[in-house]
Design a protein around this ligand. Structure first.
Ligand SMILES: Cc1cc2nc3c(=O)[nH]c(=O)nc-3n(C[C@H](O)[C@H](O)[C@H](O)COP(=O)(O)OP(=O)(O)OC[C@H]3O[C@@H](n4cnc5c(N)ncnc54)[C@H](O)[C@@H]3O)c2cc1C
Length: 420
């Protein structure tokens, strides 16, 4: 098996190195080298530079504003950007380009593609994800937000929660129930909804760190044109699953690059502090190293599927489960190695897999304790570890399905007996 990249990809790598040398200061040390208050400003102007040079949505077709480049070039770009310590997009690009953009490419009409995709790339439209609700997290199909057709518009009522970067967005993709009589997975429609209207209220949720990176979003007779359905009415579940595949799996091919970089930074700090002389610390570092190597091979497997034109499916849960659980271990080790130094910037900003952090904001802290805290969320967002294991068991390994609360003998037990 030839593990080398083709000559064209290596030529693109040289192009990327020249681009980085030209557009970053000579003494550039990565976003970690910036004072914390400058990170968000840098990220915004860096995104603009990427846009001007056609380096956002590199693999999308040219007619929709994309770069029309092969997948392998996207991987090369991610490698070179990780080495330089710069993000591959802005704070809402994971929701815009990676999630809803790829989903529109897969399910949208020609008109929707021509309208929405260029606006995602230009940054005119900034997106967030309206999936979770107070009563619908892991059991997403339990969602209760309603949408009713009124002439040529949908009228939406309900509430979403944990909406990351919702305060920075002007569009939200919403899973709404459009047929309450249908079985719960069948009556759902995938809607694109403008946020700048009186019927949409965004309320920030304040976290233990003092930051507010996610929100509650309330819809009170909010409206969107009838044509803003992706896929067909009542068939939103399949569209939602495509999007989750991109959310969990699209980055799989390149994740190990960032984790390797992060681990190397940690090893340097261990050497500096002398912690590397402790055999237990060495053992833990070696454990992390071997996990990142496994991730590299998982990444090569993901790369092979992408290059073969396959869209990420349920197997993307392998990558999601693996990196999120690994990240909790390595950041715990970082805190053990650094002690109280973990609380202040070390000048070596860990490059985490957290989607908004990847873009440099809003988790722009240079300190490892914040990365440690963010890693706790990694096994929850985009589906918890338990949910990933269920998906892998049922949809990848073909094991029997877990018993459903609303089916089988359990469903016949009166509600009063289930809830004491
Ligand atoms: C940082 C962060 C950002 C987020 N951003 C967004 C966003 O932008 N948009 C959005 O829509 N949502 C977002 N979420 C929400 C996220 O998708 C949900 O938190 C997640 O799906 C879990 O749902 P829940 O919190 O309701 O927990 P629950 O579903 O109530 O789960 C509670 C516990 O029960 C376990 N559990 C539940 N069902 C099963 C089962 N069948 N088998 C075994 N165990 C089970 C879970 O694993 C978990 O441990 C975000 C969450 C976080 C932490």
């Amino acid at each position: 098996m030839d593990m080398n990249y083709p000559a064209e990809a290596e030529a693109f790598r040289a192009e990327m190195r020249a681009f980085l040398a030209e557009n970053l200061p000579a003494d550039w040390k990565g976003t970690g080298g910036l004072p914390e208050h400058e990170v968000a400003g840098f990220t915004a102007s860096w995104r603009e530079t990427l846009y001007k040079h056609g380096l956002l949505a590199l693999t999308w077709p040219v007619e929709y504003g994309g770069g029309g480049q092969p997948w392998v070039n996207q991987i090369v770009l991610a490698e070179e950007f990780a080495r330089a310590g710069v993000p591959t997009g802005g704070p809402n690009d994971a929701f815009g380009i990676q999630m809803v953009g790829n989903t529109i490419l897969r399910w949208g009409t020609e008109e929707q593609k021509r309208h929405f995709l260029p606006r995602i790339i230009s940054g005119e439209d900034k997106w967030c994800q309206g999936y979770s609700e107070p009563n619908a997290g892991s059991d997403l199909a339990n969602l209760g937000t309603r949408a009713v057709l009124d002439g040529d518009e949908w009228v939406i009522n309900g509430q979403k929660i944990w909406t990351s970067a919702g305060h920075l967005a002007n569009w939200i993709f919403v899973l709404a129930r459009t047929d309450p009589e249908a079985p719960k997975h069948k009556g759902i429609t995938f809607l694109l909804v403008p946020m700048e209207q009186t019927g949409v209220e965004v309320r920030p949720i304040r976290m233990i760190s003092g930051d507010s990176e996610f929100n509650e979003v309330f819809f009170t007779d909010a409206r969107t044109p009838a044509s803003n359905v992706i896929g067909s009415i009542g068939a939103g579940w399949s569209v939602a699953m495509t999007l989750l595949g991109y959310e969990r799996g699209e980055a799989a091919a390149t994740l190990s690059i960032r984790f390797k970089d992060e681990l190397e930074r940690l090893m340097e700090l261990a050497v500096e502090s002398g912690a590397n002389r402790d055999p237990v610390i060495r053992d833990r570092l070696a454990w992390c190293y071997s996990r990142v190597e496994v991730m590299r091979y998982l990444g090569l497997r993901a790369m092979t599927s992408l290059l073969g034109g396959q869209e990420p499916g349920p197997e993307s849960s392998i990558s999601k489960l693996y990196w999120s659980e690994y990240h909790q271990v390595v950041t715990e080790l970082a805190v053990d190695i650094l002690g109280s130094r973990a609380l202040s910037p070390t000048g070596r900003r860990p490059s985490t897999a957290f989607r908004t952090d990847d873009a440099g904001a809003p988790n722009s802290s240079n300190s490892w304790d914040m990365v440690f805290l963010n890693a706790r969320a990694g096994t929850i967002y985009a589906g918890t570890s338990q949910v990933q294991r269920n998906i892998l068991g049922e949809m990848v390994l073909g094991l029997p399905k877990e018993p459903r609360a609303d089916a089988g003998p359990w469903s016949k037990i009166p509600q009063s007996l289930k809830q004491p």
